[in-house]
Design a protein. Structure first.
Length: 383
């Protein structure tokens, strides 16, 4: 589990986007007592709903101290209608979502719980509030509950991912050092062997497999880090990135004999994003295209321009002459899946994570009889 630091900046954005402000809370204030004074009634109502569901009844039957959950839900309801929806409250909601991961609560039941809360609140509004006030109060309560769902679900998802990442990181750490030691010893034996011997060929094969393993460990680390960091948004020059990527690939020996053609927009292309993450994106996409190019026609063409479908976006195409993949697109973006003998299975998954974090789009399009085109759309920066 991660250190569970509440991402308040993100939660404040949720609050702002939903449209919750001080005026809403002030308008709700005169009616809060109608809800807080029914906290025990709510606890009973909530308990009975989940008692009626076989899967959750099992949880309630296993309660060590009878009535604790009922009191907890009553307290939640009272807090909801007493809070100022400030940072303290947002942190409290976030920790509830984290707690749901720790106790392995199915998030679907949590979402169902918010639907139950909404129903209960609507009942109070229609019973207690004047007709002319109902619509506005219902609208405010719905916005506040939407925020709660968003915060708790976000905490649940991010901390579930964090658990998976910790498993992968532990696996990568345990593999990295032995792989390096094995690789060093195999190379030493390989260098001593006669170039015409069977041992030499075996050592060469083992070295190649070990290099693939080391590459997989490296790519897993990149993949995990992308999930645990927020992009530092800046104005990024696409030409600078692509030139750095091509130079790095050349130094690594990738794409020997590849003819790389670059065609950029006449005014230059500026991206809105994190330079390091965007460099990862184009490194893996270009590497993948170079490795996929047809041996008899080793061409990679990189084009950039404005996205005709979205003027505020940039469209970048990376074409290679290789045969379009037969696998479904979702398979290609799955970690560990690779169509290449020496592939690590993380290049396209890494690219997809970066694109999603930058609110972009990534597609792989077959070009009949010509090759494969990778199309990336990313937010455009303006000076």
């Amino acid at each position: 589990m991660s250190d569970n630091v509440t991402p308040l900046h993100k939660l404040r954005i949720f609050k702002e986007q939903i449209g919750i402000d001080a005026a809403d809370l002030a308008e709700l204030a005169p009616f809060r007592h109608f809800f807080t004074e029914r906290k025990e009634e709510f606890g009973d109502y909530f308990y009975n709903v989940f008692w009626g569901i076989p899967a959750t009844r099992t949880i309630l039957e296993g309660e060590k101290t009878r009535g604790v959950l009922r009191k907890t839900w009553s307290l939640w309801f009272e807090t909801f209608f007493s809070a100022d929806f400030d940072d303290t409250f947002l942190s409290w909601l976030w920790k509830i979502g984290v707690r749901h991961v720790e106790v392995n609560l199915d998030q679907r039941f949590s979402n169902l719980g918010f639907a139950v809360i909404r129903q209960f609140c609507h009942g109070i509004v229609f019973k207690e509030l004047p007709l002319q006030q109902r619509g506005r109060v219902l609208s405010i309560i719905d916005k506040l509950l939407d925020l709660c769902v968003l915060v708790e679900t976000s905490a649940y998802i991010e901390n579930t991912i964090s658990c998976n990442i910790e498993v992968m990181r532990e696996m990568a750490d345990r593999v990295r050092n032995p792989a390096m030691i094995i690789g060093w010893n195999i190379k030493r034996l390989h260098d001593k062997a006669d170039a015409d011997s069977k041992e030499y060929r075996v050592y060469k094969m083992l070295m190649e497999e070990n290099e693939r393993l080391e590459g997989m460990v490296r790519d897993i680390k990149v993949y995990m880090d992308l999930f645990e960091t927020e992009p530092e948004i800046d104005t990024v020059n696409f030409e600078e990135i692509i030139n750095e990527v091509l130079l790095k690939l050349k130094e690594e020996g990738t794409g020997k004999g590849i003819q790389a053609e670059i065609s950029t927009h006449k005014e230059g292309i500026l991206l809105k994003g994190d330079k390091e993450e965007l460099t990862y994106l184009f490194y893996y996409l270009v590497q993948n295209s170079m490795e996929a190019a047809e041996p008899d026609n080793m061409r990679v063409v990189i084009k950039s321009g404005l996205d005709p479908d979205s003027p505020s976006y940039v469209r970048i195409e990376i074409f290679n002459t290789g045969e379009p993949p037969k696998e479904k697109t979702e398979q290609l973006f799955s970690p560990f899946f690779s169509t290449k003998v020496k592939g690590t299975g993380f290049g396209l998954p890494i690219a997809q994570v970066v694109v999603r974090k930058h609110l972009g789009r990534l597609d792989i399009k077959p070009m009949s009889g010509q090759g494969t085109n990778v199309i990336v759309s990313l937010p455009r920066a303006t000076l």
